[in-house]
Write a protein that binds this ligand. Structure first.
Ligand code: VY7
Length: 167
């Protein structure tokens, strides 16, 4: 099973502020949904909390939440005690065929722990210098840009570009 990480960041690497994404780029949300739909998604408990309740669990996807709290439960989510356990859960077939890919969707602590398992990254760069308190992981030199859709203009007025990395 391939493991991908998907995030959106400013050019400075900011991905979050006060447990939220500090910009609104609808085209990136659509890209996020199209990329992850039909695949298991792995997220940290804080990211689960950050989703507006009406969007939890993320529809059309197995939602696996990583937390050290053994008593944590939420409707529509499966709990895992570590990234490794989450990826084992994600790889086990619920339907007739095993999943080909899982997507790790955040946040900062989870991206740093999951990077060693990943072979694909989808990184949206937002050209807006907003400040924040959570950062994207630092990428080592083995990661190469495999696709770059170039700068695009959002209806929000912000410029963004979507890059896929592989190694
Ligand atoms: C997270 C939401 C947050 C706030 C309001 C609505 C990239 C993104 C993420 C995570 C963008 C989000 C949502 C959007 C997705 C909808 C449900 C509602 C869906 C990420 N590149 N971009 N993100 N939702 N990990 N990586 O906006 O979600 O998918 O069904």
């Amino acid at each position: 099973m391939n493991v991908g990480l998907i995030w959106a960041q400013t050019l400075d690497g900011v991905i979050g502020a006060d447990n939220a994404i500090p910009w609104r780029v609808p085209e990136d949300m659509a890209h996020f949904k199209a990329t992850t739909l039909g695949h298991p998604v792995v997220m940290g408990r804080r990211t689960w909390d950050s989703l507006p309740p009406r969007f939890r669990p993320l529809s059309g996807r197995r939602n696996i939440v990583v937390t050290r709290d053994p008593r944590w439960v939420a409707e529509g989510a499966e709990r895992a005690g570590s990234i490794a356990e989450a990826l084992e859960l994600a790889a086990e077939p619920l339907k007739s065929t095993a999943p080909t890919a899982a997507w790790v969707i955040g946040g900062g602590e989870i991206y740093r722990a999951a990077l060693e398992y990943a072979t694909t990254l989808s990184v949206t760069e937002i050209d807006s210098p907003v400040s924040g308190d959570v950062y994207a992981p630092v990428l080592g030199p083995t990661w190469k840009v495999a696709e770059d859709k170039g700068w695009q203009s959002s209806t929000s007025g912000l410029r963004y570009r979507i890059r896929r990395y592989t190694r």
